[in-house]
Design a protein around this ligand. Structure first.
Ligand code: ADP
Ligand code: ADP
Ligand code: MG
Length: 679
């Protein structure tokens, strides 16, 4: 086994790899960019070496610098994590040439699966079922359009070099093909430096089911069952679970054996994932193979009891696989939620900024017993690469953490997930936490009858938009203020060393009852809450409705409050920040304005229809010229930010008076892009 490895990645996966290395007594070398000098992964390793400036191209993608650091630090092997250089054939070759073990498959296997088109050709030969489509070399638009016609609409155009759900376009009708092809090629060129595409039949209502495979250098190859990753947005996974709901033993075996055949066909070694698209009927087809550890590998670890990073290290060190196929068993059910800094209400646009407040639900430390455990694994596992105070920057993936729960069955795993999500608090960037909670609690998901279209179809339920603050929410807001005042009063009394009845904040006043109005605001609207002191607590009123608050307690030194609202026991997080009060309640995260003690006019909410850059990025296409008359919703400009295309559209019918940036120019967040006169 190695005594020292270099981890060529950042964030949660770097921390994840470091945790296993530490458990095995292997020393770790971190690398970091200037944006990450104080990052969690740097602290998680035994050594940390600087790579360069923040952009990945100048840091985490600098194969030459990483190999140089490996040599100078004496690391015997490199774990590439996922993303960055993990599927880079040249890097794997260069590592081998430098005498450092690349903890991943042979370069030839990476190359074989690197292009989705070439991989499909290979798989066809290996007898693995393929989605009907065209994956040839001829990239003439007319040829592609003709192939699409033959396949039959709807079709999916995919970047051969694609990944992370980028570079894909669903085309519903023949007339739309050319425009979609151009847009797909543009995104592919930009994101992957290669605009080759393939065209496939677009399977309606499919499931994404993938098989985890593992091979060693002694000719053994096994499958560690499936993961169902059908809950997706923008073709990217949101929730992943194992086993797949409704999976039968026969189908599991058939898919497992097809995946092993795919791996064997390319001489695979190490951890890999074969992704299939499946119909409810049970038919399944190969989509692609990811030649690395997958983001969602923890669910497989929870249901098999094996540490996949340990397996990777053992295989890379030349040891045989720790277990044979017959020894692998599934136990219980695991589900993973990817917690992203993004705004589900704005089309899941990534969000950036400092994590000014971060609380994760209590987790049981992740431990996997040697050789697979028979006991129950942790009920809640959190894989995170950030701490409170760290920032989500536009330079890297906006993932905050992965939350994984395990249960004896799916129902228990889901219930634990819903509870854990309710305890996850972030103040700073927007997050998808509430959205995930709604998905997990939704009927369609809970029944286990869903497909990759779930989010799109259930939008109305999953993205309900801002609602009226409920009486419970108002009561919790009032409770936060009252508990805070009580805490301050107690503090003041302690400081003075005596008890003064005027310090009491529970409403007691000589010979009177107390009524107060607390002036909150929500999304710019005044939201007054009337509270009245009652013998056993406070009564909160809204017209006819009244709710009694009792037993308010604040966790010492913390920000969580507990109490009874009527008969309902609640626990909520309350974070005061200037004139904002962030409440984390069983109904979700709410940002309220609170101005003690006078009424406060809420701030204007951020506008939606402006022609400004939603985040820092680059202009990649200009679709109008000054003077152009445009219709509401018409695309005006396309920018690329955080590895995604964003189209800026006309907020109303009108005329473009000037265009402030050209193609290729960088723009700052909030920069005015286009001047526009509505008609
Ligand atoms: P990536 O490299 O971006 O992961 P994939 O080929 O794995 O690309 O596809 C990503 C997702 O897009 C899949 O999980 C699936 O939801 C959807 N998808 C891919 N191919 C098809 C298809 N032929 N029909 C329907 N959906 C598809
Ligand atoms: P998978 O197919 O493994 O589920 P995706 O393709 O959705 O994963 O995501 C892999 C992507 O994760 C990479 O392409 C990259 O954008 C992103 N990524 C890379 N490094 C990190 C990291 N350290 N933390 C979080 N995300 C990362
Ligand atoms: Mg994929």
């Amino acid at each position: 086994m190695f005594s020292k490895i270099l981890i060529a990645n950042r964030g949660e996966i770097a921390c994840r790899v470091a945790a296993t290395a530490r458990r095995l007594g292997i020393r770790t070398v971190a690398v970091y960019s200037d944006a990450d000098a104080g990052a969690r992964h740097v602290a998680a390793c035994d050594e940390a070496w600087r790579l360069g400036p923040a952009p990945a191209r100048e840091s985490y993608l600098r194969a030459d610098l990483i190999l140089d650091i490996a040599r100078r630090s004496g690391a015997q092997a490199i774990h590439p994590g996922y993303g960055f250089l993990s599927e880079n054939e040249a890097f794997a070759r260069a590592a081998a040439a430098a005498g450092v073990v690349f903890i991943g498959p042979p370069p030839e296997a990476i190359a074989a699966m690197g292009s989705k088109s070439a991989a499909k050709t290979l798989m066809q030969r290996a007898g693995v079922p393929l989605v009907p489509g065209y994956h040839g070399d001829d990239q003439d638009p007319a040829r592609l359009a003709q192939e699409a016609g033959q396949i039959g609409f709807p079709v999916l155009i995919k970047a051969s070099a694609g990944g992370g759900g980028k570079g894909m376009r669903v085309v519903e009708r023949a007339e739309l093909f050319d425009a979609m092809l151009a847009s797909c090629k543009r995104e592919a060129k930009n994101a992957f430096g290669d605009d080759a595409v393939l065209v496939e039949r677009y399977i309606t209502r499919p499931r994404h089911i993938e098989i985890q495979v593992f091979a060693d250098t002694h000719g053994r190859c096994v499958y560690l069952f499936e993961r169902d990753c059908s809950v997706q947005r923008r073709h990217q996974k949101v929730l992943e679970e194992a086993p797949a709901p409704g999976m039968t033993e026969e189908r599991r075996r058939a898919m497992g054996e097809a995946a092993v055949a795919a791996a064997r066909a390319v001489g695979y070694v190490g951890a890999g994932t074969v992704e299939f698209i499946a119909e409810p009927s049970g038919r399944f087809w190969f989509m692609e193979m990811n030649t690395r550890l997958q983001v969602e590998h923890p669910v497989t670890e929870m249901v098999t009891g094996f540490d996949l990073v340990e397996w990777q290290l053992r295989v890379a060190a030349g040891e045989p696989l720790p277990a044979a196929q017959e020894a692998l068993r599934l136990r219980g059910h695991a589900i993973e939620a990817r917690i992203y800094a993004e705004n589900p209400d704005k089309g899941f646009l990534p969000s950036i900024g400092a994590l000014r407040h971060l609380r994760t639900p209590p987790a049981v430390a992740f431990t996997v017993a040697e050789g697979g455990a028979d006991g129950e694994p942790a009920a809640v596992r959190i894989d995170s690469g950030v701490r409170e105070g760290d920032a989500i920057t536009p330079h890297y993936d906006p993932m905050i953490a992965k939350l994984i729960t395990w249960g004896r069955d799916r129902e228990q795993a889901l219930a634990r997930m819903a509870l854990a999500l309710a305890g996850f608090e972030v103040v700073g960037p927007s997050t998808n936490v509430d959205f995930l909670g709604r998905v997990v609690r939704s009927d369609a998901f809970a029944r286990g009858e869903f497909d990759t279209g779930l989010i799109e179809r259930e939008k109305a339920v999953l993205l309900p938009g801002p609602g009226q603050p409920s009486l419970l929410l108002r009561a919790i807001a009032a409770a936060a203020v009252l508990a805070g005042e009580a805490g301050e009063a107690a503090e003041a009394a302690r400081a003075r060393g005596r008890h003064d009845p005027w310090d009491l904040r529970n409403g007691w006043r000589p010979a009177s009852t107390l009524r107060r109005t607390l002036h909150f605001s929500m999304a710019g609207e005044a939201c007054p809450v009337e509270v009245e002191y009652a013998p056993r607590g406070w009564t909160v009123r809204d017209g006819e409705q009244a709710l009694c608050l009792a037993g308010l307690t604040a966790a010492p030194g913390g920000h969580r409050i507990r109490g009874l609202a009527g008969e309902r026991a609640f626990e909520a997080g309350a974070v005061f920040e200037g004139e904002a009060l962030h409440l984390f309640t069983p109904e979700g995260h709410f940002a309220l304005g609170y101005a003690p003690p006078l009424a406060h006019v809420g701030e204007e909410a951020h506008d939606g229809g402006q022609l400004t850059a939603p985040m820092p990025g680059k202009v990649i296409a200009l679709l109008v010229q000054p003077g152009a008359k445009v219709a509401r919703g018409q695309p005006l400009l396309v920018m690329e930010a955080m590895k995604m295309e964003h189209t800026i559209s006309a907020p109303a019918d009108g005329e473009v008076s000037s265009v402030r940036y050209g193609v290729g120019e960088q723009v700052a967040e909030g920069a005015q892009l286009i001047d526009f006169v509505p008609r």
